[in-house]
Design a protein around this ligand. Sequence first.
Ligand code: IVH
Length: 683
Amino acid sequence: MSDAALAAGRAAALRGEIERHNHAYYVLDAPTIPDAEYDKLFRELQALEQQYPELLTADSPTRRVGAAPLKAFPPRVHGVPMLSLNNAFEAAEVEAFDQRVRDGLETIAAVDYAVEPKFDGLAISLTYENGIFTCGATRGDGTTGEEVTPNLRTLRCIPLRLQGAGWPVLIEIRGEVLMYRQAFAELNARQRERGDKEFVNPRNAAAGSLRQLDSRITASRPLSFFAYGVGAGGEQLAVRTHGELMDMLANWGFPVAAERRVVQGAKGLLAYFAEIGDKRPSLPYDIDGVVYKVNKLAAQAQLGFVSRAPRFAIAHKFPAEEALTEVLGIDVQVGRTGAITPVARLKPVFVGGVTVTNATLHNEDEVRRKDVRIGDTVIVRRAGDVIPEVVAIVPEKRPTRDLFGGEPLHPPFAMPTACPECGSAIAKGIDEVVARCTGGLYCPAQRKQALLHFAARRAMDIEGLGGKLVDQLVDAGLVHSPADLYGLTIEKLAGLERMGEKSAQNLVAAIEQSKQTTLARFIFALGIRNVGEATARDLAHHFGQLEALLAADGEALQQVPDVGPVVAASIAAFLAEAHNREIIGRLRAAGVTWPEGEARDSGPRIFTGQTLVLTGTLPTLKRDEAKALIEAAGGKVAGSVSKKTDFVVAGEEAGSKLEKALELGVPVIDEAELLKLLEKGVE
Ligand code: IVH
């Protein structure tokens, strides 16, 4: 078969598949594949049509922006069509876009771009006549949308009457309806309680909520809106740039992105992309990239449009956080405290910038709720550095016993009753979600985790003692408890596979070095359930000496700031175990030591009871160091600014946290002032 014939067949298949996904996504609100997969198919079809222009048919999905409107809502023809944006994923594509813009404008000077987040919601158009909201519609196929005016009226952030002045007789406002992450979590919790179906992600929740025939249901859903442009009537506005337009929309009463800004040239675009990428996890809503628009409206008009998208704007997308793959198996993993976590073993898939082969299923209830089985096709999500998780299955892709549906090939997941590592019983406390292996340190998996925790940088800081080595040491029977580490010799280590003389020497030296520590690190290293770094520090400060801690009962423990009944009970239970006390004794006997008495709490320290927030790059201190200093002075370091924040420590390129602090009137200090305060605390 000729290349052209092959291409024709492939294009027809792609068109059919894309159309099916469009229907499922836009008409039924039931996505069948993640956006990234869809984008891939779409790009492939686009590329084919570019290579073989004769394949571009009148009904190609590349010719339209969305899908046909639902019959149940009245159709609404937009005054000006709602177009789409071309996507860029790589820096080179952004540079090429900037080059095209400069070629189009016949300039070599850096172009001003208005930049803003790309909201991950659904596009809508709001019509105002004489300043009154008269009609709201979804994008539909870009030309005709679905009229959902009563539903949009329920969104409190959409003005029913425009504020200020300067609006023409008729104006279409364009923007995105979305759901904040927090609101989404609460909505899903409510759905779960009622036994209703949960939504896969905030965007689907927003789409499903807006497409309700009964607007009372929409009213009960926490939807938000951001404006990012105008349609019909826009040409009559007295503004010269997109930036001015956004300011005008804000003045009329529309929410607009606080992160919007004007930058210069491709360099400015890429710097903004990096900055928003960093901020992304702390934004209260999902974004899937950023949007760059030539700022000058006259320049926009000069550049114009090509097929379905403007030449003056582009979406720079983050790597997809969701992807489709297949479940090869479901195992359980045993954590440091015995917690049993079901884990899906996956056919390797590239998602969130890395190849993922395992994804957590959290706990038994979650696997049941999502009904994940071997052979299922699942949506996997990896956002930022968060552990990859299985979001949902694609029910129609479940393998069945025969071709015509019927019995699923694999049974539902069942939690093992015995620990796969040590054979001990797995038990779940009443009202507990997490099942645990009851083997304690008898269980090699728990032992390995406990050793890794003990050796961690923030605990005993034994350099070079990582996962593989711990596995070897435990499997060879050389180490049963942390105390055994101090009995290791170069000769004993030499017997291990792939262990050279030099590595053995280094490890023994690192173990030796770890003997000089602090009481707080030692307590943390013990791995007592519910005792994190901060609690370990509080305990060290309060008791001053290990013996005092060992002698404390539940009541004495609760005298420690921030130690409540649950934490006190965990500590008491740990100390009640004879073998834990024995290990502590052996560690001390091996020479683990710390400056005695130094840590004893001598009353409140400079930041006792205060919360500080770090933002931007400090001139000399690393983030970790600043945090440690503040905590050593009794303070807490939080991730976000609120009315309760006592100080914000701002360095270079401080962003939204600094803005928030100024807005709330929270005192802002720099590194020098922080160090001065800390010095005062020592006096
Ligand atoms: S401007 C001519 N700005 O992304 C099209 N779009 O594929 C102008 N979106 O349909 C769109 N955030 O739903 C624009 N800040 C933003 C946006 C944004 C999200 C969506 C919008 C649009 C799609 C583009």
